[in-house]
Structure formats: C-alpha cells, structure tokens
Ligand binder design. Structure first.
Ligand code: SF4
Ligand code: SF4
Ligand code: SF4
Length: 313
C-alpha cells in the first residue's frame, strides 16, 4: 500500500513523533511504501501530483491557500485520509491565530517586531526582474482539516503519544487487509481522569494557582490543588503523560465525545467542581477565574477553530 505523509501549518513535531516508533518504523516501511514525505526526504510537489496512493497521514492545520489546495489534492488521491495531531484535528496551536485579524498578524510578524527596522508585508504578487512571483494567500482563519475536506480517521495529540501512533499503525495494517474499522478517533471515549493515577476526592479548589506558583502534591488531583487541569473534559488515550510529570492537562486530545464545546464545558465544570462541605460561594469562584491570565489561551489552546463561540476577532 502506498502512503503519503504531509505537513501543512505545523511545527514539525508531528512528523518527528512518527520516529517515536523507533525500530518498529522498519516494520512500517516493510508493509507500506511511503511515496511522499517532504520532511524526511527531498520530495517535490510535482512528485505528489504525479503519484497515486492509498492512505495519507496529514498533520498541521490549514492557514494558507496553498495548504488548502494541497489538502484537496491529497484527498482526491487517497482512499483514506488520516488527520494526525491536534493541529490537523482541531486547528491546534496555530488556531489561536483566529483571535486576530490576518492583516494584524502579518503586521506584527513583518513590521512591528522589535528587531525589524524597515518592515514590509510580503505581497501576494511581486515583480522581480520582470518576472511575476506569487505567494500563497494568508487565509483569514486557521481551519482544521475537516473544515476543508472529509476525514476518515482522527489521531489526536500534540503530538500523538507512542501508544496512539502504534494504534494508527494497527489501523493501517487492518486497512491493508481490506478492513475498514468503525472507530474514527484513535483515543478513548472517556475523559483523561479515568486513566490519571492521582487520587480524586472531588473537592472544590480553594483558589486558582498557576503551575509555577505552587509545588503540587504528586499524588492528588491537580485541579483539587487549584491548578487548572483540563483532564475532565479531554479524551483519554495519551496515558496521562503530562499529569504523570506533575503538569496539568491542556486538552491536546480534544474534547470528550459528549461535550458541546471544550472551553465552555471546562469553565462550567471548574465553577461547579466540588460538593458538600467544600462548597465555596460563587463569588469565590468568580475571583478565582479572574486569576486565569489568558482564559481563551488556556481553555482553547488546541481547539479554537472548533469553538462554538464564533468569531472572536
Ligand atoms: S499537533 Fe503539536 S506537535 Fe503536531 S504540528 Fe501541531 S503543534 Fe506541532
Ligand atoms: S483533573 Fe487532571 S489531575 Fe485531576 S484526576 Fe483529572 S486528569 Fe487527573
Ligand atoms: S495530559 Fe492532556 S495535554 Fe498532556 S498529552 Fe495528555 S491530553 Fe495532551
């Protein structure tokens, strides 16, 4: 079977994460012929245009007209398109750009940075020595892949954990045998709290602490200690890898299936956390939420393009 691996608006971490397979990648190469992987080998767009493939694994979000075009080209070529990583599945960290107008992002990047003296925003069409050069259009919004084309399987994570990548390889082997597994999202349908090893007493947090402001107890739920951990609204599947090293979950596996919207569900759950004697009056919670420095950045770190809040610009 022939496989395409490509990146769009991506940091490159997702491509690198495939190497987490270690020597098992040799088994993958035995079973599949990788016909296009620009990060790993010197492929050109022309190679993609002239090839046919069965499966494509695409990471990164869609930020430019070129990426949109590339994604549509890939979709036309393959039977199975896998969205790989949080950027591809939900817009990811590049998706936070949707808080700003595209023209303001370009101005900040090309004109207003402290080290820039004579900034100039690149023009989409420029003439150099009589030749017309064109640049891709910087789109108004960052999109997840399924905002542009149909996606067959989602592999969430920033980047996906090794166990999730291994699950993807198993999926590909099944596809090779002609099977078409129904499970669309290669993650748990339950929240991360189910796989988190910390003790949970369901106590309301007394206040909100940023992770660097306190030394967290490594045994107890972080949220109960006032450190916002979003594991309760996040799909499990990563093995609670952040929480195991005393860092809160930021939601890179996306929202649990029944949640309406990641951020609004999260803030509601934080406000309602705790029961009985540990009840704190709502004003305390309001004050606590005021201590969050960047509400949207925290609650939609990986999924702003999928937010139900609409246009925040
Ligand atoms: S999901 Fe994370 S690791 Fe993958 S491309 Fe996006 S930012 Fe990078
Ligand atoms: S909120 Fe975080 S720390 Fe608490 S149980 Fe869930 S995943 Fe673990
Ligand atoms: S703990 Fe949360 S943020 Fe960390 S890898 Fe797992 S899902 Fe992603």
């Amino acid at each position: 079977m022939k496989v395409i691996v490509d990146w769009l608006a991506s940091c490159g971490g997702c491509d690198v994460s495939i190497l987490d397979l270690g020597v098992k990648i040799l088994d993958v190469v035995k079973e599949f012929e990788i016909i296009y992987w620009p990060v790993a080998l010197d492929f050109k767009k022309e190679d993609l245009k002239s090839s046919e493939a069965d499966i494509a694994i695409v990471n990164g979000a869609v930020r430019t007209s070129e990426q949109e075009e590339q994604l549509k080209l890939i979709r036309d070529k393959v039977d199975v398109l896998i969205a790989y990583g949080s950027c591809a599945c939900f817009g990811g960290i590049p998706g936070l750009g949707n808080l700003f107008k595209s023209e303001d992002i370009l101005k900040t990047a090309y004109v207003e940075t402290p080290s820039t003296t004579e900034g100039k925003i690149p023009q989409e069409v420029t003439k150099v020595d009589g030749f017309e050069l064109t640049l891709p259009k910087f789109l108004e919004d960052v999109k997840a892949l399924d905002d542009v084309v149909d996606i067959d399987y989602y592999v969430p994570g920033c980047p996906p954990s090794l166990s999730t990548i291994e699950e993807m390889v198993e999926l590909m082997l099944k596809l090779k045998k002609g099977e078409r597994p129904e499970k669309k999202v290669l993650a748990s349908d339950k929240s991360l709290c189910y796989e988190c090893p910390r003790s949970k007493s369901f106590l309301r947090p007394p206040t909100i602490n940023r992770p660097h402001e306190v030394v967290a107890d490594e045994e107890r739920c972080l949220l109960e200690q006032g450190i916002i951990c979003l594991g309760f609204v996040t799909r499990g599947g990563c093995g609670a890898r952040c929480v195991r090293v005393n860092m809160p979950c930021r939601g890179c596996y996306g929202k649990v299936p029944n949640a309406f919207d990641f951020g609004t569900e999260a803030i509601t759950a934080i406000a309602m956390a705790g029961t009985g004697e540990d009840y704190l009056p709502p004003i305390r919670i309001t004050e606590a939420v005021d201590r969050i420095k960047d509400v949207v950045g925290l609650l939609y770190q990986f999924c702003l393009p999928k937010s139900k809040l609409g246009d925040l610009k």
